[in-house]
Ligand binder design. Structure first.
Ligand SMILES: NC(=O)c1ccc[n+]([C@@H]2O[C@H](COP(=O)([O-])OP(=O)(O)OC[C@H]3O[C@@H](n4cnc5c(N)ncnc54)[C@H](O)[C@@H]3O)[C@@H](O)[C@H]2O)c1
Length: 290
């Protein structure tokens, strides 16, 4: 089949829901053959039935896998090779919200569970995909779903944010180590994306919050992330490795919203001019017309 991923074989973990699911559809439309790896067997099987009815039956397989388990991850990679003969793209995307609550109240078990899924899962996916890609000798693309939560405090619970920050750094070290084997590694950092994990059954409420805070004026959707993953999976990004790509409608560009609140900037939208600092040369300003 022709397309931007023609002849490529991909694994998408967490592929039975949310942005992974959107990515699976997009990858198939562009000619890839795809293994959907997910812990949720019911969603995985229903999704494959749907894909069958859309005519993708020969190109998609579901494998029940827990990404934090090494045996499951090894078997998932093996399944891609047994079913489709090779592996070119590994999208480590499965995720959960993880531990939340005050630091003083978080249990070691909940902390470890969060890091097992979000960090060990990415490590194991990278490890077993890289082994397969190295033995093929034709390179590959590894994509890790991190989050903008990796970039600051106050964006998500601490365990989740810390785990996603670890994914960003692991992506860079993977790119360095695997580069000589022509294997690229990149991270996607989504902003607010309307998926079941994010909206928790209240899509309208969650959507409204992100309409207000994401400068682009809308909440993200799975397809936004699927397009970014497609680009990173395809040869169009063949010189991009070790990158962290924010796909957040400008959310992180907003920053702390200090401008407009600092002394002297309160009327920033009513005046224009130039501040010449403490040079002794006068600053200038003029009032804007309505
Ligand atoms: N939705 C957002 O706003 C947002 C923002 C930033 C980052 N993310 C990240 O995006 C990724 C995808 O999340 P989503 O929003 O599409 O959520 P989702 O809940 O819709 O999909 C996640 C999928 O991962 C699967 N999964 C969870 N734990 C697993 C495990 N141990 N092994 C295998 N599969 C497992 C789930 O069964 C589910 O199908 C996650 O890594 C999440 O942290 C989401």
């Amino acid at each position: 089949m022709a397309g931007r991923l023609a002849d490529k074989v991909a694994i998408v973990t967490g592929g039975a829901s949310g942005m992974g699911r959107s990515g699976v559809i997009r990858f198939l439309e562009e000619g890839a053959r795809v293994v959907v790896g997910d812990l949720n067997e019911e969603n995985g099987n229903t999704f494959i039935e749907e894909l069958n009815s859309k005519g993708f039956g020969n190109s998609a397989r579901f494998v029940r896998a827990d990404v934090s388990d090494e045996g499951d991850t090894r078997a998932m990679v093996q399944s891609a090779i047994e079913n489709f003969g090779r592996l070119d793209v590994m999208w480590n995307n499965a995720g959960i919200g993880g531990a939340f609550g005050p630091i003083t109240d978080v249990s070691v078990e909940d902390w470890d569970f969060t890091f097992a899924v979000l960090v060990r899962g990415v490590f194991l996916g990278t490890k077993h995909a890289a082994k397969a890609m190295i033995s093929q000798g034709t390179g590959g693309s590894i994509i890790n779903t991190a989050s903008v939560a990796a970039l600051g405090g106050g964006l998500a619970p601490h365990a989740y944010s810390g785990a996603k920050a670890a994914v960003v750094n692991f992506t860079m070290t993977s790119a360095v180590e695997l580069g000589p084997n022509k294997i690229r590694a990149n991270a996607i950092l989504p902003g607010g994306i309307l998926t079941p994990l994010m909206h928790q059954g209240k899509p309208e409420e969650a959507g409204k919050v992100f309409e207000e805070i994401q400068p682009i004026g809308r909440v993200g959707v799975g397809e936004d992330i699927a397009e970014a993953a497609l680009f990173l999976a395809s040869d169009e990004s063949s010189f991009i490795s070790g990158e962290s790509l924010k796909v957040d409608g400008g959310l992180m560009a907003v920053g702390a919203k200090l401008w407009g609140r600092l002394a002297g900037s309160e009327k920033a939208h009513e005046v224009a001019g130039v501040n010449r600092g403490t040079t002794g040369v006068r600053s200038e300003w003029r009032k804007l017309e309505d």
